[in-house]
Write a protein that binds this ligand. Structure first.
Ligand SMILES: [Zn+2]
Length: 462
């Protein structure tokens, strides 16, 4: 990447008079509308104002020339991140999370309503979180609300305050202050959400099925996997589909792991049920067979399943059954993540990967013969569409000038200690990948890792 400024010789017109754009980004590989080609992107007032072929004259106050190895992508939109601040800032916080996100090419994140204290279950809690984020975010940040027992009357006010939808659990969430809903209560809330066309996003594991499964204990991964059977996901997903069908509400399945549920999802989509689905890098790049005993960095719920399951998830991405890929970045302190010295019953469940998503998915996609353009559909275009961010997730005239500069052929060795994540535990430590993020831009400016310049975003405003 090289940058030049439009300098004025004495006696010539001023930059303001002669320069058409604040910024021009140009390069041999610019991804627009699903195709990568030599192009230039003109930026004015933080938005894309022109997209033209590489050779056309286009003048900017600043011009950035990308290298042959670099692809200009729309900034990624990660709609599933647990930032945990305030209340559990030692797990992660807005400063560290948004720096990690930017280093991974993510220019917008939507924060989950739990693991912070307070959880985002009423407007006062939302305002508390927004105030903290506004002072610290290096990228744009929005919020999900929570649907918990007793907060039915908070749903509409939270919607009016700009949350992108509501998360609920159908079993214990992992933290006591964010209680689960029964399937009946979930459906009642979805009936309410249908009134203002909000979105219910569901951690879909069925409590009864989990209760009758073996209790996880000890260092063996197989024991942990048996404690979170596919049947629990399949049953919960069926309940979400039926609730969406009956209420007409939009529903979204979070972090799909069980490939057994895909046929039910396919059928529901074909029948016009308003349901969307996400999965995560850990389900797409890791496999149960290869997880070492005691390696609780890999513990998450639902769990990482077998190799054959992973292949079916990739097929479902390709045929559109699964819509998006998000991190579900859910870290804790090192102490909690390694609690019990490798005991899967004791350790915190959640995988850290916010900074690594694009490299991980691209590395695996490439191995499978899948183009980078498809990866960007899943990680930027479809995630923005999920939350209605019309100005994010694509490079187009009128869109926010949010970009990631990606080097798809450059090698990367993951070193957990050098990630921006607050706590250096990730199952990807030491992994050799192909694909490096070389830069990120938010609204026409390179992300500033020192000075927070991210903005708060609200539903319907971007
Ligand atoms: Zn999550």
């Amino acid at each position: 990447m090289t940058t030049t400024s439009a300098e004025n010789a004495p006696g010539t017109t001023t930059a303001a008079e002669s320069v058409a754009y604040d910024l021009v980004l140009r390069g041999p590989r610019v991804l627009v509308d699903g195709t990568t080609a030599p192009r230039q992107v003109g930026v004015r007032d933080g938005r894309v104002a022109a997209v033209v072929p590489y050779d056309e004259p286009l003048e900017g106050a600043r011009t950035v020339e990308l290298g042959d190895q670099q692809v200009l992508l729309p900034g990624l939109v990660d709609t599933h991140v647990h930032v945990n601040e305030p209340g559990r800032t030692e797990w992660e916080g807005f400063d560290s999370a948004t720096r990690a996100a930017a280093a991974g090419g993510v220019t917008t994140l939507i924060d989950m309503p739990l693991n912070s204290i307070p959880p985002t279950v009423d407007v006062a809690a939302l305002e508390e979180k927004q105030a903290v984020a506004a002072a610290k975010a290096h990228i744009d940040v929005g919020f999900w609300g929570g649907a918990v027992p007793g907060n039915e009357s908070d749903l509409k006010p939270l919607h009016d305050a700009g949350v992108f939808g509501f998360k609920c659990f159908l079993l214990h969430s992992g933290v006591d202050e964010f209680a689960p809903l029964t399937p009946e209560a979930m459906e009642a809330d979805m009936g309410e959400l249908a009134e203002f066309d909000s979105l219910m996003i569901v951690h879909a594991e069925d409590a009864t099925t989990i209760e009758s499964a073996p209790v996880p204990a000890g260092p063996g991964y197989a024991g942990f996997l048996a404690s979170r059977p596919r049947a629990a996901e399949n049953a919960a997903i069926q309940a979400v589909i039926e609730a969406a069908r009956r209420t007409g509400a939009r529903a979204h399945i979070l972090h799909l792991s069980s490939s057994d549920a895909l046929d039910a999802i396919r059928a529901a989509k074909a029948n016009g049920v308003r349901i969307t689905v996400e999965t995560c890098p850990h389900y797409l790049t890791l496999e149960a067979e290869a997880i070492p005993d005691g390696a609780t960095a890999y513990k998450c719920c639902p769990p990482i399943r077998e190799r054959a399951n992973r292949d079916l998830l990739w097929e479902a991405l390709l045929d559109g059954t699964i819509d998006c890929i998000v991190s579900d970045h859910s870290p804790s302190t090192v102490e909690l993540k390694l609690a019990g010295g490798g005991d899967f019953g004791e350790a915190w469940g959640g995988v850290s990967s916010l900074q690594l998503g694009l490299s991980l998915i691209w590395d695996e996609a490439k191995r499978r013969g899948i183009a980078l353009e498809r990866v960007v559909d899943w990680m930027a275009t479809n995630t923005s569409r999920l939350v209605g961010l019309e100005r994010k997730g694509r490079i187009a005239v009128g869109a926010d000038a949010d970009f990631a500069v990606f080097e798809p052929e450059t090698a990367l060795r993951v070193d957990a200690a050098h990630l921006h994540h607050r706590n250096p535990v990730t199952p990807y430590d030491g992994r050799e990948l192909t694909g490096v993020v070389a830069g990120a831009w938010v609204r026409g400016e390179p992300v500033d890792f020192e000075t927070p310049r991210g903005e708060l975003i609200r539903r319907g405003e971007a």
